[in-house]
Design a protein around this ligand. Structure first.
Ligand code: ADP
Ligand code: MG
Length: 903
């Protein structure tokens, strides 16, 4: 490719690349013009660009799952002559000549001949560390902050400045800080530590073994690949959360010390190993309607808005490669052959992959080494990648320098498809809901307290008024009484005096007094009558006062009645609150189950081949597929068969005379049933009926297993579930459950029943026809995969039942309890297999949400399990659910008080 001759420019790459090579373009892996930011300072708000930051926005990356093309960017950096070279090469010119303004490098062949190469950036021996960071690394760091993966890698001969460029800590001289330190500074300046997280791992790859530089005891870490997303991860590596720059620098220093110690122990030097820093940046996306902003949102509003927030997950990988000279020389430097091969393996595999990608080969040998497996996303993947190749000036190393340059030239041709990494954050939604619930309960408590205080105050005030009125009336009554008594006594006294006077008169003038005394007697009579009248009036007055007094008493009684009514209202309010809390708990449990199901199906979709430890219905598919040599060829040939022979014909073979033909036919049908598009056709053509028939009539274990697997696949859809039930499927499956011995057959049967258990409409029928008993019968097989399916069925059933109870469709105790499932549930709640344990924990929470089940659960020992789950369950959300369920149940509360259990 290189053309000899004084000033020939070696062109590389496609038109696409050439046109992107504008003179002032910084070294950015980002070819989306909107995201193209020159090396300007980062702002601290984290909102520099919004083009990639929003879902459903204008971002090409988020709309188009295929991503945006982004070529690997390559810069070359020349190290200044060192002291030794000053002396040894004093009489010679450098082997390279740089033309940074033209982004060209001339490699001298002879004094009169040179080859010229173009790079994305040419960094002379005078380029500062700051400039190197800005052109090589900053665009990648910005992408990572926007939720993309990014890679920065240094390649070159030992001693040319890879570690200087990437790893310098620069503590004595801040200008000397390398890319790792500067990248973290930029990241920490942008993320918000309340909502985002930054965590790092630091590793060394030596002789195809990955060692943890943050935990030296951890010296054989394995790589895990997600076949669906292609993401690689190292779950065994220590991950340290970074909150400030100082702790990051400490961590790098610690890693460096461990690297030194490890290399001393292995009797090697760091130039033979690759150092890999991984920085995970997780940011929650702001300004989006998370649906929870409505503070006074009512119940139904809340359900509508269970929309989880979004997180962006960018990963920055910084790789300080082993010295490239080892490719050629390792064998000659006293290594054993094995060691030499391993040291070279990763680096030469990287070279092969880059070559294959540069030439657009159909096969890229990523799997040949650990390094290429780790960097799969960096070359030809979804990351933005910057490569800096380091060279020395000495003409003595011309060969190494030339091969380094060629590596860089090929890497420039590698195209990546850059993709945004973001997903829904269910955990934070659940946290937000918790906070909201707490706030609502607090508000409710506060209102209740205010209400009670008000009632107390009113009743005190009423009592005070009543007693005051009583006292006033009593006083007035007494005064009146005394007054009349006094008047009465006085008039009686007057009468007596008059009587005495008259008697005296009578005695003195006896003969004449007859007429006069008669007159006086008449006067006296009148006076007496008057007195009597006024006494009557006084009595009436007293009576009316008495009436007033009883009325007052009556109104006091009605006040008390009012208070009673208010008390009753208060109790109603409290009951309503309890009911609402129950509903919230049920909603949360359903949300939880959904998220667990989503997790599980994601996990299983990601591992189509590993049916061994999977437990969901999808894995049944792959199990069935394993009955035959699998692979795309096989699948294609079945599809072809399907087309050519026709479904009817295949189904008719299910009843063939020849047992082998029957077995083969049922396998083909099972394979077809694994595809959703075929399921309806199979059922329509009577395939379901034939499969059920086979289950009934065949004696063959393989046929039972494959037919049950096919039925399990068909049972994933609601209409088919109803058809299966209508055609007596549950009793046939029950029969298969009691006859089969082979764990794989039982797993298929249990899987089919578990799918049926998840249908709300079939609950009663399923139970009535012995479905639950059949599930429980399969417990006799101790295989964990079978138990996982049983647990899934029980959780599904409990979920539907709980829903029906909430809606008032179902009353009375759970059928699961009626049918004797509780002892196994309690026994399995602590099972070490998480696929069993998680389903059972959820089933327990569903059951516990209904008071009718509480007594049985207490006698069966389920309360202890719930208490344990609420304390120890490793999943925080299940832990919270169990806690809330226990707190919400009066029966459990009473029992816990009795047993003195404190949550
Ligand atoms: P490598 O990691 O590629 O083996 P190093 O980074 O260890 O190389 O560099 C080798 C030596 O050269 C070190 O002493 C380093 O300080 C020095 N060096 C490398 N690059 C530069 C540079 N650009 N300016 C000054 N000194 C450098
Ligand atoms: Mg080094």
């Amino acid at each position: 490719m290189a053309t000899s001759g004084g000033s020939n420019v070696v062109r590389n790459g496609t038109h696409n690349y050439r046109s992107s090579l504008k003179p002032d373009r910084p070294l950015s892996a980002n070819s989306n013009p909107k995201n193209h930011v020159k090396s300007k300072p980062l702002s601290s708000t984290g909102q520099r660009r919004n083009s990639t930051g929003t879902i459903g926005g204008s971002s090409a990356a988020s709309k188009d799952d295929a991503g945006v093309p982004g070529r690997v960017r390559v810069a070359v950096r020349l190290r200044p002559r060192n002291a030794e070279e000053m002396v040894a090469d004093a009489d010679y010119a450098d082997c390279v000549e740089l033309q940074p303004e033209l982004k060209r490098l001339k490699l001298r062949k002879h004094n009169w001949d040179s080859e010229t190469y173009e790079f994305d950036e040419v960094l002379t021996e005078f380029a500062s560390q700051k400039r190197v960071y800005e052109v090589v690394a900053r665009p990648v760091v910005e992408s990572v902050l926007d939720g993309y993966n990014g890679t920065i890698m240094a390649y070159g001969q030992t001693g040319t400045g890879k570690t200087y460029t990437l790893g310098r800590l620069g503590e004595e001289d801040t200008a000397a800080r390398g890319i790792m330190v500067r990248a973290m500074e930029d990241i920490l300046a942008v993320v918000s530590l309340e909502t985002d997280s930054v965590s790092v791992s630091y590793l060394q790859l030596y002789m195809e073994t990955i060692q943890d530089l943050l935990d030296p005891a951890n010296d054989n870490i394995s790589i895990v690949e997600d076949p669906k997303t292609g993401d690689v991860s190292l779950p065994g590596a220590k991950l340290v959360e970074i909150r400030d720059q100082q702790s990051f620098v400490e961590l790098l220093r610690l890693g460096e010390a461990h690297r030194f110690a490890a290399n001393t122990k292995l009797n090697t030097e760091s130039s033979r190993s690759h150092a890999i820093l991984m920085v995970h940046v997780k940011r929650s996306v702001k300004g989006r309607d998370s649906g929870l902003s409505n503070e006074n949102g009512n119940h139904s509003h809340m359900i509508k808005s269970l929309k989880p927030p979004v997180v962006q997950k960018g990963k920055l990988v910084v790789v300080d490669l082993a010295g490239s000279e080892r490719i050629d020389k390792s064998g000659s430097e006293g290594h054993t052959l094995e060691e030499a091969k391993s040291i070279n393996l990763s680096l030469s595999a990287l070279g092969k992959c880059i070559n294959a990608l540069a030439e657009n080969s159909a096969h890229v040998p990523f799997r040949d080494s650990k390094l290429t497996r780790l960097l799969r996303d960096s070359f030809g993947g979804t990351a933005r990648t910057s490569l800096v190749i380091t060279i020395g000036p000495s003409p003595r190393h011309r060969g190494e320098t030339a091969s380094t340059i060629m590596f860089g030239q090929r890497a420039m041709k590698v195209e990546n498809m850059v993709k945004l990494k973001e997903e829904f954050d269910y955990k934070s939604l659940s946290r937000t809901l918790d906070i909201q619930l707490d706030r609502l309960s607090m508000e409710h408590e506060r209102q209740q307290k205010a209400f009670e205080d008000e009632i107390e105050r009113l009743s005190r005030e009423a009592k005070r008024q009543i007693s005051e009125a009583e006292k006033q009336y009593g006083d007035a009554l007494e005064k009146e009484r005394l007054k009349y008594q006094k008047d009465y006594l006085e008039s009686v006294k007057k009468l007596e005096e008059q009587m005495v006077m008259m008697q005296r008169k009578n005695e003195n003038s006896h003969p004449t007094s007859n007429g006069e005394s008669a007159e006086e007697a008449a006067d006296l009579k009148i006076m007496l009558q008057k007195e009597t009248l006024s006494r009557k009036a006084a009595e009436e007055e007293v009576n009316s006062l008495k009436i007033q007094f009883t009325e007052l008493k009556k109104s006091e009684a009605s006040g008390k009645l009012e208070i009673l009514k208010l008390h009753k209202k208060l109790e109603d309010e409290a009951r309503e609150k309890e009911k609402l809390q129950g509903e919230i708990a049920i909603l949360q449990s359903q949300l939880l189950q959904l998220s667990i199901e989503a997790d599980e199906s994601r996990r299983q979709l990601g591992r189509p081949g590993s049916a061994k430890d999977a437990s969901g219905p999808d894995s049944l598919t792959s199990q069935v597929k394993q009955q035959q040599p699998s692979g795309n060829g096989e699948k294609a040939s079945i599809a072809k068969l399907f087309e050519q022979v026709g479904l009817q014909r295949i189904l008719s073979l299910l009843e063939a005379e020849d047992a082998d033909v029957r077995i083969h036919a049922v396998k083909v049908v099972a394979n077809l049933a694994a595809e959703e598009t075929n399921q309806e056709k199979i059922v329509e053509a009577g395939g379901l009926k034939s499969l059920l028939m086979l289950l009934k009539s065949s004696q063959d274990e393989i046929i039972h297993r494959v037919a049950a697997g096919a039925i399990a696949n068909l049972a994933m859809n609601e209409t088919n579930q109803e058809l299966i039930m209508a055609q007596g499927g549950i009793s046939l499956l029950s029969m298969a459950a009691s006859n089969a011995e082979d764990p794989q057959t039982l797993r298929m049967v249990a899987g089919a029943i578990a799918n049926l258990c998840g249908n709300d409409k079939l609950q009663t029928k399923l139970r009535g026809e012995g479905g639950i008993k059949a599930l429980l019968g399969m417990i006799r097989c101790r295989h964990p995969d079978v138990h996982a399916q049983i647990a899934r069925g029980i959780a599904n059933f409990a979920k539907c039942e709980s829903r029906a109870s909430t809606q008032g469709i179902k009353t009375g105790r759970s059928f699961l309890i009626e049918d004797g499932a509780l002892p196994w549930i309690v026994q399995s709640a602590n099972n070490e297999a998480s696929s069993i344990r998680r389903h059972i924990e959820l089933a327990l929470c569903h059951l516990a949400q209904h008071e009718v089940n509480a007594k049985e659960m207490i006698t069966g020992g389920a309360l202890w399990e719930l208490v344990r789950i609420s304390r120890d369950c490793s999943r925080e959300d299940i832990r919270t659910l169990a806690h809330r369920t226990l707190v919400g149940s009066p029966t459990f509360q009473a029992e816990m008080r009795r047993l003195k259990i404190v949550l």
